[in-house]
Design a protein around this ligand. Structure first.
Ligand code: TXA
Ligand code: MG
Length: 356
């Protein structure tokens, strides 16, 4: 008797990947736009759909317990120690790519980025796909957004980003809101002997967390020889609406000067209608006389005081603000503290997209 009479989206998605098509899936960080990592044509579809340059490497996602030596070579003990500590979870490791893995997935580089996500839907998908590939399937997946835009943390965000693709071209798996909310920490272990571990992108797993396992702090900044990371471009993760990052004191001063002052700071002139609106996103509560209502062209909104919660909500907040019809977003710069490092990084890149 056939027991598979109910619709099984995971199985269908795994089959879709095997056929060389795209599947968007939830992870605990952000949603990914996935393709069979060993199928160069399928990987090329990711680049086309995102509008991303094809020399940018893509992370390969593997199921828990996957055989790493299938994907990478000369794997250092440090990688195994970090995997024991943090996988499945929001940590991507850059290792030397195994010779038989197609170079397309790495944008032609000799390394490979590997990550084992914790989200149950991602794990089920990766296990199902791997089973279809004799136990060694991997899913290449960047964040499921157009190149340079805000990453998606809900399935609906993915559908909005890729409204140009029909269901036959892109299957989107549902998985609720991503809990971490910002992309994985990326650690380069491919040049351990010459430079040591290098943190290429900060994330939920911090440099201190990594040092707790390795016994040394990773270098915080990618040097010239470091592999290219699109997440390390100065301008990235940007909403469509111009975004300014300012201290709380600066924000209060700007509000005193009025909407026109903010717009001219953002390089925007005022329009004849004089109907400009600026959204202000501050950390922590907003005085009750300011919340929610438009106040001389300013709309005040509050974001979480806890950096982990702030990160979880960040991209959904930016998307919501983008849809609000504002002329400019004025965002409070988080404190210069280690706990805010990853959020700080994303906000600075979002703001950099609008600075000349
Ligand atoms: O949390 C995440 O990492 C999410 C989810 C979907 O897993 N993915 C993600 O992918 O953020 P993406 O492509 O938006 O960012 C991945 C970053 C890119 O900046 C890419 O350049 C870098 O990882 N990367 C991937 N493979 C690499 C490699 N071999 N060497 C250096 N950087 C690599
Ligand atoms: Mg991305």
């Amino acid at each position: 008797m056939n027991t598979r009479t109910t619709y099984d989206p995971i199985h269908q998605a795994a089959q879709q990947l095997l056929a060389g098509r795209l599947v968007a899936f939830p992870t605990e960080t952000v949603y990914g736009l996935g393709a069979d990592a060993e199928n160069p044509e399928a990987v090329a579809r990711i680049y086309t759909a995102k509008g991303r340059p094809s020399n940018h490497p893509v992370i390969v996602h593997v199921a828990p317990g996957a055989d790493l030596s299938y994907w990478a070579k000369n794997i250092p003990d440090e990688a195994h120690a970090l995997i024991r500590a943090f996988w499945p979870g929001p940590l991507t490791l850059i290792l030397e790519r195994a010779d038989h893995i197609p170079a397309q997935v790495s944008g032609g580089q000799t390394t490979i980025g590997l990550r084992c996500p914790a989200h149950p839907v991602a794990r089920q998908l990766l296990a199902a796909f791997s089973a279809l590939k004799n136990g060694n399937g991997g899913v290449a997946a960047p964040s499921a957004n157009k190149f340079g835009q805000v990453s998606p943390t809900q399935a609906s965000h993915v559908r909005e980003e890729f409204a140009d693709l029909g269901e036959a071209d892109l299957l989107v798996l549902e998985g609720g809101s991503s809990e971490v909310g910002i992309e994985s920490t990326i650690l380069d272990l491919s040049r351990l002997e010459s430079v040591g571990p290098v943190l290429l992108r900060p994330g939920h797993i911090s440099a201190t967390d990594i040092a707790g396992v390795l016994g040394v702090m990773p270098r915080e900044h990618a040097d010239a020889a470091a592999p290219k990371v699109s997440g390390s471009l100065k301008a990235h993760y940007a909403p469509h609406t111009p975004l300014l990052l300012r201290s709380r004191a600066d924000i209060d001063r700007l509000v005193g000067l009025g909407v026109d002052a903010v717009l001219s700071l953002a390089g925007l002139g005022s329009t004849p209608s004089g109907n400009q609106h600026v959204a202000i996103l501050v950390i922590g509560p907003v005085a009750s006389d300011l919340t929610g209502k438009s106040n001389a062209g300013f709309t005040w909104m509050s974001a979480a005081e806890d950096p982990v919660v702030y990160a979880r909500d960040l991209y959904a907040n930016l998307r919501r603000l983008d849809l609000g019809g504002f002329d400019c977003l004025l965002v409070q710069a988080p404190p210069e503290e280690a706990a805010w490092h990853a959020v700080q990084d994303r906000l600075k890149r979002a703001a950099a997209a609008f600075s000349s």
